[in-house]
Design a protein around this ligand. Structure first.
Ligand code: HEM
Length: 432
């Protein structure tokens, strides 16, 4: 059911009702509600959650910014994914199910991110073939070539938007190649990712929800046609196209998981690159270290992921009565984990607010989560992030971002909407 009233009902069930509730809680000053609605200083609100103890009790959910608690919950068999269709709230479960538009939503089943074992195990096993060390090492050279082409394009202009013209272009190109989509589809991939990104937030307003649903309708028809073409003409050699052909997934499973790759692969990596540009420009001493010793780039990427995490939160639901950090958690209770907060936990990271690319334990961050849903694209994202940042700062050493850098205005996905930049004097090789 996709008529406008049905889509509105879906919004009301999944976002509208929680939004009303969160608004009331935010008015009473509750830090989690304010954080989720984007009202207030993010880091200060995270610290409010932290000082409340390992687990903050709110009327509907638990919240934590504690590294050990996040790590434990994410790895615990007593917790599963948080699907609104399985909500314990009276009446909501039935309503959410009745108004399912059956679209390939990356944050709803059957996207693997939103399924529990045994279904999750099977989806992950099948899709993981596209991320085997062999597939990723093949992409490494390709990422270098794509980056170089993008930088050549940038060099033709002095004034650029480093998000739209660079940070977003690389992951979109990589995903379109992984899915076997033609180059012309990159703009479309960017639009899908951009307009569907708010779906990761809780209690989003009606307009962005409607825009996201329109985008999902396009995802469904475009990817559906793409996979039908592959079936008719044979695989193109990419592991994902083989998956499309071998019939191990139904059409909806295939499209939902492809849509997840687009959402998870583009909308996060763009933030890693954008957040990295800003963190490095704000800390010239750290950029100088990288110029002296480029072998530090991989550890710089870990510190960027820790310091300004592209995915700020996730949630899990208790599958049975259990206990975390000495606190009893009832079956059906939701735990919201502030990954960005865990990554600044002073118990784990010394002087967590300091940006230090030589931090010995930066890689212990939870920016890619942990446990069975640990980011499938982490190795790929690390290569994309390191290549994009290293090559950008090498090619344009005088690069300046012209204030103000605009944040995206999302809560879960944390990055910049626009980074207007002056690249400085055009390097010689670009002029030829
Ligand atoms: C800096 C970039 C990235 C960050 C910060 C990131 C972060 C995450 C996080 C936090 C999760 C777990 C969410 C949860 O458990 O609730 C996740 C899962 C996932 N990510 Fe990433 N991701 C990034 C890049 C990528 C890329 C490039 C791809 C693929 C091309 C990708 C594909 C996935 C998939 C498929 C899952 C679901 C895994 C599962 O459910 O088993 N991610 N990512």
């Amino acid at each position: 059911m996709r008529s406008r009233p049905a889509v509105w009902l879906r919004w009301a069930a999944v976002h509208g009702i929680p939004r009303g509730f969160l608004t009331a809680r935010a008015r009473r000053g509750e830090p989690l509600a304010r954080l989720i609605l984007g009202r207030g200083d993010r880091l200060a609100l995270i610290e409010e959650v932290r000082v409340a103890g390992p687990l903050l009790r709110t009327p509907v959910v638990w919240a934590t910014a504690d590294y050990e608690v996040c790590r434990t919950v994410l790895r615990h068999n007593d917790f599963g994914v948080t699907d609104p269709a399985e909500s314990e709230l009276p009446g909501l479960r039935g309503l959410v199910r009745r108004v399912d538009p059956a679209l390939p939503n990356p944050v709803e089943p059957p996207a693997m991110l939103m399924t529990d074992p045994p279904q999750h195990t099977e989806y992950r096993r099948l899709v993981a073939r596209s991320f085997s060390p062999r597939s990723i090492s093949g992409l490494d050279t390709r990422i270098g070539d794509l980056t170089s082409t993008l930088l050549d394009d940038l060099a033709r202009r002095r004034q650029v938007d480093l998000i739209a013209d660079y940070a977003a272009q690389l992951p979109a190109a990589v995903i379109s190649e992984m899915l076997g989509l033609p180059d012309e589809d990159r703009g479309r991939i960017l639009s899908w990712g951009n307009r569907a990104a708010p779906l990761l937030d809780i209690g989003i307003p009606w307009q962005p929800f409607r825009a996201a649903v329109d985008e999902l309708v396009d995802v469904e028809s475009h990817l559906g046609a793409h996979f039908r073409r592959l079936r008719a003409h044979g695989a193109d050699g990419t592991p994902f196209s083989k998956l499309a052909l071998d019939g191990s997934l139904t059409g909806r499973e295939l499209i939902s998981n492809a849509a997840l790759l687009v959402g998870a692969g583009v909308e996060t990596t763009v933030n890693l690159i954008g957040n990295g540009i800003i963190a490095l420009l704000a800390h010239p001493d750290q950029l100088a270290l990288l110029r002296e010793d480029p072998s530090l780039w991989p550890s710089a990427v870990e510190e960027i992921l820790r310091y300004d995490s592209p995915v700020q939160m996730t949630a899990r639901t208790a599958l049975r009565d259990t206990e975390i950090a000495g606190t009893p958690i009832r079956r059906g209770a939701v735990v919201v984990m502030l990954l960005g907060g865990a990554n600044r936990d002073p118990e784990v990271f010394d002087q967590p607010d300091r940006f230090d690319i030589t931090r010995p334990n930066a890689r212990e961050h939870l920016a890619f989560a942990t446990g069975i849903h640990v980011c499938l694209g982490a190795a790929l994202a690390r290569i994309e992030g390191a290549t994009a940042l290293r090559e950008l700062f090498t090619r344009f050493p005088d690069l300046q971002v012209e204030a103000p850098a605009e944040r995206r205005g999302l809560v879960t996905l944390h990055g910049y909407r626009r980074l207007a930049a002056n690249l400085g004097p055009v390097p010689r090789r670009a002029a030829s």
